[in-house]
Each structure stands twice: as C-alpha cells, then as structure tokens.
Design a protein. Structure first.
Length: 121
C-alpha cells in the first residue's frame, strides 16, 4: 500500500461515524449489512449514512453490492490488512516485539477477518 492510499484511508477513518460504520462492518464479516441496518444500529440518518459510506468507498474501505432492490455494504478486509501492514511493517526496528498490546510483530500481517486477530492484537 502506498502512502497516498494510506493517507486516504486514515482520513476516511478519522471521523467518528465513519469509524463506527467501518468497525461495525468488520465485526459483521464478509456477509455485510444492508444500509438500513447500518443506520439503525448506529442511529445515523440515511442522508448522513450515504455520505459516510461514499467517503469510505472512495477510500476503498467498504464495498457495495446490489441484492435486488437493496445495497449491501461489506468491509474491504484486503485494504484493512494492507493498512495495518503498512503501519506495522517496520515495528520495533525489525526486532521481535514483546510489547503488551503490540498490534503485530515485524513481518506479520493480520490475515483473519471479522474481528479475529490471531497473533496480532
């Protein structure tokens, strides 16, 4: 992931509602959620939700798919993993980390989705 894409993703997540939407979609997993369910769960109006989903989509953090008359949104786990990887790739100057709460050891990548963190987290 290049710096330009990292900055775009971080900027999209640097807003309370968008961060909450993204975290909800990560927790939901690959099945995703209908836009109306996201709005209900987070108590966000449909117009505000539409704006926030567009911003997350432009940052490639969420993907929309049509299911009949409805749109289902899912987190883009590949982008999330690439972002975490970018942020941790030079962790601890290349030495094994033994820091409590450390996201990942050098060279590890978050491979699991939907909130399962394995060795990282």
């Amino acid at each position: 992931m290049d710096t330009k894409h990292v900055l775009k993703a971080l900027a999209a997540l640097a807003q309370e509602s968008r961060l909450a939407i993204f975290r909800l979609l990560v927790q939901t997993g690959p099945a995703g959620l209908y836009a109306s369910k996201i709005g209900e769960a987070l108590q966000i109006s449909s117009s505000a939700l539409s704006f926030h989903l567009k911003e997350l989509s432009h940052a490639n953090l969420v993907e929309a798919r049509q299911e009949g008359r409805f749109v289902v949104y899912t987190a883009q786990f590949e982008t999330m993993n690439a972002l975490v990887g970018f942020l941790t790739e030079n962790c601890c100057a290349g030495e094994a980390c033994d820091v409590p709460g450390q996201a990942c050891s050098p060279g590890e990548r978050v491979a699991e989705s939907a909130g399962a963190h394995g060795k990282c987290g």
